[in-house]
Ligand binder design. Structure first.
Ligand SMILES: [Ca+2]
Ligand SMILES: [Ca+2]
Ligand SMILES: [Ca+2]
Length: 379
């Protein structure tokens, strides 16, 4: 009798992607999966009775992370029975439009101003994840949510009876009613004519949405989720978040900072240790030794009118392909306390100290102003 490993394999992608993952076993009993999205997680399951499926077996390997070439290699233990393996992961091309993969892992180091830190992305994904939920990646909007996106989502919400709109603002019709968008603030770039949302002609289309409260950011996540057939994360009656749902939500402060650091360890900013107007839309302040900008104060390219936002994506992205993680608009994150929520990343009006990866600002969740915006994550 020839002793060896079974050579029958099936490949399954969690998100029901049509593309199959190429799987092979190399001669030295290494199982190889390729065609995975770099940085995403994968697991390998096995069974000796294919008809019984894989559900009665624990994952042989879990928490695997595809390398930069989108490959996973795992060694197999030789047995004298046939074995069947399947690989679960995120195939190339599965990343939602407008989002980037924030790879799983730990970013640790020593920040020049905030000291030693360790940020984990993904640990919670492997605990009690419901069947069918992507446990292999965190996706994040590459850009701050734009006015265009807010108009599209709010129009859907209005047409479906989810919100009330008036000249003064937008409120959620379900749950605890809060002001989501401050329409009668002159800095708000979104308009309402009684039936349709639109945008003002300056700093409107292509620019980040401002004058949105934390409640508005969370409600946007729910409406966008519902538009796309995903399960909403927020309960609008108490504003709690279901992190097991597959819908859009705000990042936690740690997720945001992990993403902002872009794979670099212990740097002050998403690209390095100094900042200038060539890097970001922020208020340059030469008293900071790390602020090397030749142009002090507001960004000279955008300081017209009352609102100095820059078009989304006007500066180079960080290592994960994320734009404006420093400056432009301050971004609402999750991290609730009794009275406030956190905001990250500084803004066009904020001194460059606020744009540091480790800097945390806080405000009441009903706060809305001309430098508050947000971006979403999902998995
Ligand atoms: Ca208002
Ligand atoms: Ca920002
Ligand atoms: Ca306001």
């Amino acid at each position: 009798m020839k002793r060896g490993i079974g050579m029958l394999f099936t490949a399954l992608a969690v998100l029901a992607q049509a593309e199959a993952i190429v799987v092979s076993i190399e001669s030295n009993a290494i199982l190889r999966a390729e065609g995975l999205e770099p940085g995403t997680g994968g697991s390998v399951e096995y069974t000796d009775q294919l008809a019984a499926g894989f559900t009665n077996r624990p994952a042989l390997f879990s928490g695997l992370v595809a390398d930069g070439a989108g490959m996973i290699h795992v060694p197999l233990v030789q047995t004298n029975r046939s074995m069947f393996f399947r690989v679960k992961g995120i195939v190339t091309g599965a990343v939602p439009a407008g989002m980037a993969v924030v790879p799983l892992g730990i970013n640790s180091g020593s920040d020049p101003d905030f000291g030693t830190y360790a940020l984990t992305n993904g640990a919670a994904f492997f605990a009690d994840t419901p069947e069918g939920i992507n446990e292999a990646a965190l996706y994040m909007d590459t850009m701050e949510v734009t006015n265009d996106e807010m108009v599209q989502v709010m129009q859907w919400a209005y047409d479906n009876g989810k919100i009330w709109a008036s000249a003064s603002g937008v409120r959620n019709a379900e749950g605890e009613h809060r002001e989501l968008l401050d329409l009668d603030d002159a800095d708000c770039r979104i308009t309402w004519d009684g039936s349709l949302f639109g945008m003002k002609s300056t700093k409107g289309s292509g620019y980040p949405c401002v004058e949105v409260s934390w409640y508005g950011a969370a409600a946007y996540c729910n409406y966008r989720s519902e538009m796309e057939g995903k399960t909403p994360c927020y309960d609008l009656s108490d504003w709690s978040c279901d992190f097991g749902a597959d819908g859009y939500r705000l990042p936690t402060g740690d997720e945001w900072e992990y993403a902002a650091r872009g794979g670099l360890s212990g740097r002050r900013f998403p690209w390095g240790d100094t900042i200038a107007h060539t890097n970001a839309n922020c208020f340059s302040f030469s008293a900071y030794s790390y602020d090397t900008s030749a142009t002090g104060g507001y960004h000279p390219d955008y300081d017209v009118g009352d609102l100095y936002t820059s078009p989304s994506g006007a500066f180079a992205p960080n290592g994960y392909g994320l734009y404006d993680m420093a400056g432009n608009v301050r971004e609402w994150c999750w991290d609730p306390s009794e009275s406030d929520r956190c905001l990250r990343g500084g803004s066009w009006i904020s001194r460059t100290s606020n744009a540091r990866c480790g800097s945390v600002d806080r405000d009441a969740p009903d706060g809305s102003t001309h430098f508050y915006g947000f971006r979403t994550v999902c998995r």
